[in-house]
Design a protein around this ligand. Structure first.
Ligand code: 13P
Ligand code: ZN
Length: 277
């Protein structure tokens, strides 16, 4: 067996959490990531017959929560209460590799959470988001939750309306409409760690790769860690420009007609109803 600490997916989790911490997006235990892995690749590092322990799903009513479409799927996931700051120096305590058990009823720990830990409290929202994204994009692999500073700040001063918020973000950087042409879904403030927020997030994920959790943070989904990180990074950059300029008189702006030109140049399908043409 190869050394799991050298596995590319473990390195990627370490690098990403370190970057997110360094950017100030994930204070203390803020944020969580789940990354669906290729069974064959993981099999080079772990013996699947050795389940370290079985962990129940938390924060969900078993009757309402059906993760059966993910039975047997393997994920590397950040641990609940764990600090992104610490993942790189101690991946075996702060990360876990889990397999979704029979009927999607529980979680089988294959590696990690060595101090007795368990997956993020947002695991149900992650699993529901994976299921929703896989229906629209079978190549989706990553779900990422974070508390980026400017995105969060913007939540307090901008209407939490999908069309208006997406439009404002698109106006802030030329690249925005190209990077997230599907826009940003928005949920009001909701209690985190519950079935309800998981269901609401997953519903939005049928339409959007980015979902704002009002006055809490953001969810992103993508095929790769880079794609998912890049989505959140681009929203955060746009939110930063907004927060730097919102209180100043606007002299110039990227017009809706300019955004149409960008979309046409890059040949992308975008939410036309989010423009005011
Ligand atoms: P966890 O520590 O359980 O991952 O929770 C962090 C968080 O951001 C909750 O929304
Ligand atoms: Zn959070």
């Amino acid at each position: 067996m190869k050394n799991i600490l050298e596995a590319p997916f473990v390195r990627e989790m370490c690098e990403t959490t370190a970057n997110m911490y360094r950017l100030g997006w994930d204070e203390r235990n803020g944020g969580n990531i789940s990354y669906m892995l290729d069974e064959k690749e993981v099999g080079e590092y772990l013996d699947f017959s050795k389940v370290v322990r079985t962990i129940p799903f938390m924060g969900v009513n078993q009757e309402d929560f059906d993760a059966s479409p993910l039975e047997g799927k393997i994920f590397i996931v950040t641990g609940t209460g764990k600090y992104f700051k610490n993942v790189q120096k101690d991946p075996a305590n702060n990360l876990g590799i889990v397999r979704i058990g029979k009927g999607g009823r529980n979680i089988e720990l294959l590696w990690g959470y060595e101090d007795g830990g368990r997956p993020t409290s947002e695991f149900p929202a992650h699993m529901m988001s994976h299921m929703a994204r896989l229906k629209v994009d079978p190549e989706n692999r990553v779900v990422m939750h974070s508390h980026p500073t400017n995105t969060l700040a913007m939540n307090y001063v901008h209407e939490l309306d999908e069309k208006k918020l997406t439009h404002t973000l698109w106006e802030m950087c030329t690249e925005c409409i190209v990077v997230f042409p599907d826009g940003v879904g928005v949920l009001p403030w909701m209690l985190c760690g519950t079935n309800s927020i998981g269901e609401a997030t997953a519903k939005k994920m049928e339409e959007f790769r980015l979902v704002i959790w009002g006055m809490h943070g953001i969810y992103g989904a993508g095929k790769t860690m880079d794609e998912t990180f890049g989505l959140i990074e681009t929203v955060e950059k746009a939110a930063q420009i907004y927060m730097l300029t919102a209180h100043l008189p606007r002299v110039n702006t990227i017009k809706d007609e300019d955004m149409v030109k960008l979309a046409e140049l890059f040949g992308i399908k975008y939410r036309k109803d989010f423009l005011n043409l």
